[in-house]
Design a protein around this ligand. Structure first.
Ligand code: UDP
Length: 453
């Protein structure tokens, strides 16, 4: 059995089934496959058909809502409870299915949102490795909470927070759950739960890279010894090492690639603002209007992703009156757009994947964070990495004038050149990290060595 394990190293990768988690975990699966492992991505029945990646097998497991996934469950708590019960059982069955083949599973790499997957790994006597999809900074904040080093809610008099390895954090820099834990108790519980059995994990991964967050990782390494293996972005956008790796390979919506490409191809280099709030954020009608009128008034060309479910919030007549100036699509291949020379800036909600993608493609950003970790990411974009600006709210909304100020600043303002220079610098460092011998590459190789033991 031991011998067989060594010859056929087979890893199951288990993502949380949302776009922002499928992307980095599938990318990690592809990296492991590229390094010679057999890899199977286990995902829900509802998302299994959305996955397509060469060299990575895909197998369904059940979250208990096989027809409609999260939307069918009604709320986070019901979804997570059902996923734990049904997912543990069906993940275990999947491990068993491979037991007597030539490729028995030797490790489960699980999304840190699913600590129960580590129990499944341990029941089968195989390795379990947690994969965190937030920044090191944000993971470290939740780790501090887990060890009682931050008490919730964080109040003004507790700030600035001076945490291990961290920059000083003001109240306005913190993930929303810290200041108002009651705003989403189920989601906060899930974040805290990531650490519940983590000391038993054989390995911890985080989708970041040393050059980006070295001090933050070092400061918490005794409590959270994570390997920084990112950025998990298709190889074609970084060092090109995995031939043909041009897309993540998981799309829950159909990207309007042709339409977008045709439109941006006709635009001048650096002239277009690409605007997207990711897969989950739902803006208020007021916020949507302020962005719309800000874009129109500043006059730059724009490509705006407005998901179908958000479209009714666009102001009346806006699409018609900006026909010449902008294109609105329901979904796009974000990486393809960010890599296009016409794109001059990225107006983003600062979801961690979008932030990393902006960094990887060297695109200056305008951060308009809405909740959770996005706030902290926006601070880093502006203050720490200097790759963009953070659009500030006034009365709970980023007003039209602020949208205009930020766009102008990044596209052609006084700081524009410096921001662009920093963006290029961070892109180069991201490429270096994932290239052969780079910090992320070394950490992945260490994991392969562990699997050989
Ligand atoms: N994305 C995309 N097309 C779009 C908008 C977003 O492919 O039109 C992708 C984007 O590249 C990123 C993911 O969706 O990888 C969103 O993840 P992120 O963490 O930024 O935000 P979330 O959706 O989790 O809030």
């Amino acid at each position: 059995m031991e011998e067989r394990k060594k010859e056929n190293r087979h890893v199951i990768v288990l993502p949380y089934p949302s776009q922002g988690h499928l992307n980095p975990l599938l990318q990690f699966a592809k990296c492991l496959a590229h390094k010679g492992l057999k890899v199977t991505l286990a995902t829900t029945h509802y998302t299994v058909d959305s996955i397509c990646a060469a060299n990575v097998g895909v197998e369904p497991i059940s979250d208990g809502f096989d027809q409609g996934g999260y939307a069918q469950s009604g709320n986070v708590e019901a979804f997570l409870n059902s996923f734990k019960a049904n997912g543990s059982r069906t993940l275990s069955e999947l491990v068993k299915k491979f037991q007597d083949t030539n490729d028995p599973v030797c490790c489960i790499v699980y999304d840190s949102f699913f600590p129960w997957a580590l129990d499944v790994a341990k029941q089968h006597g195989i390795y379990g490795a947690a994969f965190f999809t937030n920044s090191v900074t944000v993971c470290s904040i939740y780790c501090h909470i887990h060890y009682g080093l931050i008490k919730l809610p964080v109040k003004l008099e507790d700030t600035p927070l001076l945490l291990r390895g961290q920059r000083s954090l003001n109240l306005c820099d913190l993930p929303t759950f810290l200041t108002s834990p009651e705003s989403d108790t189920a989601y906060l519980a899930m974040k805290r739960n990531q650490f519940s059995n983590l000391t038993e994990a054989d390995c911890i991964f985080v989708n970041s890279f040393e050059e980006l967050e070295r001090e933050e990782a070092k400061g918490i390494s005794d409590l959270w010894p994570a390997k920084l293996i990112g950025p998990m972005v298709p190889s074609a956008y970084l060092d090109g090492r995995i031939i043909g790796d041009t897309v993540y390979g998981s799309s829950l919506w159909k990207p309007l690639s042709e339409e977008c490409k045709e439109w941006v191809d006709k635009k001048q280099p650096g002239s277009v603002a690409y605007v997207s709030f990711g897969s989950m954020v739902s803006l208020t009608q007021k916020q949507m209007e302020e962005i719309a009128w800000g874009l129109k008034a500043i006059g730059f060309r724009f490509l705006w992703v407005v998901r179908e479910s958000e479209r009714a919030k666009l102001p009346d007549g806006f699409m018609e009156s900006t026909k010449e100036q902008g294109l609105i699509v329901s979904w796009c291949n974000q990486l393809e757009i960010l890599a296009h020379p016409a794109i001059g800036c990225f107006v983003t909600h600062c979801g961690w994947n979008s932030t990393l993608e902006g960094v990887c493609l060297g695109v200056p950003m305008v951060g308009m964070p809405q909740w959770s970790d996005q706030i902290t990411n926006a601070k880093f974009v502006e203050e720490i990495w200097g790759v963009g600006v953070w659009g500030k709210e006034d009365d709970g909304v980023v007003k039209k004038e602020e949208v205009m100020r930020c766009l102008k600043e990044v596209m052609e303002g006084e700081r524009s050149d410096e921001i662009k220079k920093n963006a290029v610098k961070w892109r180069e460092l991201a490429i270096k990290a994932v290239s052969q011998g780079g910090s992320s590459d070394k950490f992945i190789n260490e994991f392969l060595q562990l699997l050989e033991q």
